[in-house]
Design a protein around this ligand. Structure first.
Ligand code: B3K
Ligand code: ZN
Length: 881
């Protein structure tokens, strides 16, 4: 906690490290409340200082310093300075060995950063700046060193002792304690250090690499979870193979370990050779995990594995470059998942996520470029902009270069910087060279925040058979960036003929028509593209596959959108046309309500087009399920200048009821056609069918007669997997007048109260309820004996779901704001990182309608007066500017 205003750090102030580390030796003597850490560092003055001695400043926080020695001589307190954040040796020799002993308290480490104990398991989280909570060290990513680690502990409590790299020694000591020694031959920054010790069982498998090396694969979990690791193991092997096939990259150590723990601030961590995972992203069996859980596991296992190259072998020079590893690794995990599942639906889901979270971030007070220029607390910058927009930026490079040259560029970057700490500029430079393209303007994606707006006006000239696109781009101001330069962005497009087929494309500058899909490169504020030889008035399909992270506006006629919804050969754009049509319909209803006009209901064009999708027997079922979903409340809110979240919900429900009243029979048929009790499988067809069935069910359950309620109850009771069970549970939870609601609520709790991940689902499903009593239910759940703020998953399951339940969170009386603020205040004392993350919904006050805006702002102002962690301080203060 801090009382003074925390300092801002700037990219422009970057200096190379004064000292380099040639070798790290760590000796851990484990004990829950008094672990002793002895560290021996071989240091030398950075040669770039030309022999001019500088003070040696080592980072360290929340440490009890026991002893310091330099070159074997013990230092007196007068020989060094030690404060809350560092240990300084004012004038050390140019080459020295420092030996430091510190003591730490893992059991009471509630921030879950550094070394902490979770359910009796010692584990670490060092990225970005947690290592300094273990020992004094130059804790920055551009200091790379080989580590040798010795861990000593009680065999009864900690039969398993793990760290990075290779196990080189182990044994039992005279006093009954035991030890293990690990050596990681790859120099690494301190944020990739890991230690795990506890009572864990190990599941083993192996992988033979391209060059026929055998890699031991191990997943460590608590005994009770031993049977839930098969899917994670399979995913790991698939990821290893995929990376070899697509990028030609092999794993480099002899052993790859994954540990699952229940208390973890985020999803997982890519520590070299020893990944630590939130158990949510490891444990799965059909009875306990949903399709989305499975897909999440597949993606996160792959993501952490891919970091071994993009992140570990080549790391970041400083934390401003975070997207260098995160954006690239997200893109790679997206490519992998697309190849494993339905590629079109994966793309739709990734774009929906971007729009749901990143677009609002880019339009809000925390907006920052993919490579930020300043921060107060780096933990606040593990954002959807760094991760997801970062991935979109690299995806655009892939579109501009083509897959082959793109992969070549990534390989060139890895080769050139192997074993080094690199920058985003190094990455772009390698791609520029491999792709033989000029990326000067493209680099602006790294420096300018905000979501660009692209406006396109089309004109078809029948006489000259010319079709012209007039494109303009601009980008709204963001904090600290009032004016923006134009971006370089790829617009993938096609033209559809009257029968729905793609027309051959010929730009005025082309010699002959070529292909039916084209990448137009927009590099200026305004540009025109003309196609010749267009024999009929076409329908334009633009931004196919969402080829650039922009907001596109075109004056599409509803008939054209309905046409593209039915015929576009690009599945993403089929979905997108439906979304645009729905947004237009819903916003019209919203405005009618706001102005007190009589509602016209949904247009016939829309209701019919939606019905056509429902009866489509040919397309991928997952795609159909996505097409039948109306845009989320958050996405709708994002289209308005003054948001009334309760009105948005009312309008969306009105639309759903309209669709239900017209298409009830078809929904029932679709539900019947695809409900099946067969064995659980994760193949894309099975997943798609379940999505479709659950979409139908949730719509039908908006107005359920008794017969339907019974069916839903049977669906819940007879479900052979959690995907089916949870969908029916969620539908029944919203049946407010029915006694079934309480029955299933109780039943689910009774069945799964000993399984934390499912208890999380119970909390979040109840907190996502749509009926008016949900708020009071949430208040009661906060007092439930199973609710706790000390487990991040549990805190997120209730508070996160609540804050995303927009109509409930944004109650008109402001009690939703008070409730969340109060919980964040408490959480901030325990775990600032999670508290700051949960505060994001509080920062979105500026675009609310005036009454709610004032109420929410009031809460933030009150919070601002308090003694906050640096994490929360930054979020609250920036959002009030
Ligand atoms: N690199 C970690 C994230 C660490 C977050 C620290 N607040 C996981 C990942 O992106 O793979
Ligand atoms: Zn990552």
């Amino acid at each position: 906690m801090t009382t003074q205003s925390p300092q801002t750090k700037y990219l422009k102030d970057y200096l190379t490290p004064a000292y380099l580390v040639d070798q790290v030796e760590l000796d851990f003597y484990l004990s829950p409340t008094a672990t002793q850490v002895a560290s021996t560092l071989a240091l030398r003055l950075n040669p770039d200082r030309n022999g001019v001695i500088e003070p040696l400043v080592l980072d360290g926080e929340h440490l009890q310093l026991v002893a310091v020695e330099v070159d074997g001589v013990s230092l007196e307190p007068a020989d060094y300075q030690c404060d809350d954040v560092s240990l300084t040796i004012p004038a050390p020799p140019a080459q020295l060995t420092v030996h430091i002993i510190t003591r730490i308290d893992p059991l009471n480490n509630t921030a879950l950063e550094g070394l902490y104990q979770s359910n009796g398991i010692f584990c670490t989280q060092c990225e970005p700046e947690g290592f300094r909570k273990i020992t004094y060290y130059p804790d920055r990513p551009d200091v790379l060193a080989p580590f040798r680690v010795r861990i000593e502990g009680e065999p009864a409590d900690c039969p398993v002792l793990l760290s990075n790299g290779n196990l080189v020694d182990q044994g039992v000591l005279d006093d009954g304690r035991h030890f293990a020694c690990w050596e990681d031959p790859f120099p690494k920054p301190s944020y990739l250090f890991a230690l795990v010790a506890g009572n864990l069982v190990c599941l083993e498998d192996h992988f033979i690499t391209l060059s026929e090396r055998r890699v031991l694969l191990q997943i460590f979990v608590e005994e009770r979870n031993r049977n839930d690791c098969d899917f994670a193991m399979e995913s790991l092997k698939k990821a290893m193979k995929w990376e070899e096939q697509v990028y030609g990259l092999e794993y480099d150590l002899d052993r790859y370990m994954i540990v699952a723990v229940d208390d973890f601030n985020m999803g997982a961590m890519e520590n070299k050779g020893l990944n630590v995972f939130n158990s949510k992203y490891v444990l799965a069996r059909p009875e306990t995990a949903t399709d989305n859980d499975y897909l999440g596991i597949e993606a996160v296992i792959a993501h952490e594995y891919f970091h071994n190259w993009t992140g570990n072998r080549v790391t970041c020079r400083d934390w401003f470059q975070l997207s260098l590893k995160e954006g690239l690794t997200v893109l790679r995990d997206q490519q992998f998942s697309a190849d494993m599942q339905s590629a079109a639906v994966k793309r739709i889901d990734d774009v929906a996520l971007l729009r749901q979270y990143q677009f609002p971030e880019d339009a809000g007070p925390m907006a920052h470029p993919v490579r930020p220029e300043s921060y107060v607390e780096i933990n606040n910058f593990y954002t959807t902009t760094i991760y997801n927009k970062g991935a979109e930026v690299i995806r655009m490079l892939e579109t501009l270069l083509g897959r082959e040259r793109f992969v070549e560029g990534v390989r060139l970057y890895l080769k050139r910087h192997d074993g080094q700490a690199a920058t985003c500029e190094d990455f772009v430079a390698a791609l520029e060279q491999a792709g033989e393209v000029d990326l000067t303007r493209f680099r602006r994606w790294y420096t300018q925040a905000g979501t660009p707006e692209v406006q396109v006006v089309c004109h078809y000239d029948c006489a000259t058979q010319t079709f012209t696109l007039d494109c303009q781009q601009s980008c709204p101001a963001t904090p600290g960036q009032p004016d923006k330069e134009p971006f370089h962005l790829p617009l993938v497009m096609g033209l559809l003929g009257h029968d729905g087929t793609d027309l051959a494309l010929q730009l005025a500058s082309d010699e002959a028509p070529g292909g039916t899909s084209r990448v137009l490169e927009l590099t200026q504020s305004r540009q025109q593209f003309s196609f010749v030889g267009v024999q009929e008035q076409p329908v334009l399909s633009l931004l196919r596959g969402f080829s650039a992270p922009v907001r596109l506006t075109m004056e599409d006629r509803p008939e054209d959108l309905a046409f593209r919804m039915a015929y576009d050969s690009d599945p993403f754009n089929r979905w997108e046309a439906g979304q645009q049509l729905s947004v237009a319909e819903l916003l019209q209803l919203y405005r009618q309500q706001l102005e007190g006009q009589l509602s016209t209901g949904l247009s016939q064009v829309f209701v019919d087009a939606w019905g056509v999708v429902l009866t489509d027997n040919e397309a991928d079922e997952s795609l159909l399920a996505r097409m039948l979903q109306l845009p989320s409340e958050q996405y709708l809110a994002d289209q308005l200048d003054e948001v009334d979240p309760q009105r948005i919900r009312a309008v969306r429900e009105q639309a759903l009821r309209h669709l239900l009243s017209v298409h009830r029979e078809k929904l029932l048929q679709c539900y019947d056609r695809y409900s099946s009790a067969g064995e659980y499988s994760l193949n894309p067809v099975a997943v798609g069918r379940r999505r479709l069935v659950h979409g139908c069910l949730s719509l039908l359950m908006l107005e359920p007669d008794e017969l339907l309620q019974d069916r839903c109850l049977r669906h819940y009771q007879q479900a052979g997997n959690m995907t089916d069970r949870l969908a029916a549970f969620a539908a029944l939870v919203d049946c407010r007048q029915s006694p079934l609601r309480d029955q299933v609520k109780e039943d689910f709790y009774r069945q799964w109260k000993h399984y934390p991940l499912l208890l999380d689902k119970w909390f979040s499903t109840l907190a996502s309820g749509r009926h008016e009593n949900t708020f009071f239910e949430i208040e009661r759940l906060l007092l439930h004996p199973d609710f706790t703020l000390s487990n991040p998953n549990r805190a997120r399951s209730l508070l996160g779901a609540f804050a995303q339940n927009l109509a409930v969170f944004h109650r008109q009386d402001g009690n939703g704001y008070r409730l969340l603020t109060e919980q964040i205040r408490r959480l901030d004392k325990r775990n600032p990182q999670v508290a700051a993350r949960m505060a994001t919904p509080l920062t979105r006050w500026k675009r609310l309608e005036p009454q709610r805006r004032a109420l929410l702002r009031e809460e933030l102002v009150a919070l601002q007066q308090e003694n906050l962690s640096r994490d929360l301080y930054e979020i609250v203060n920036k959002s009030l500017v």
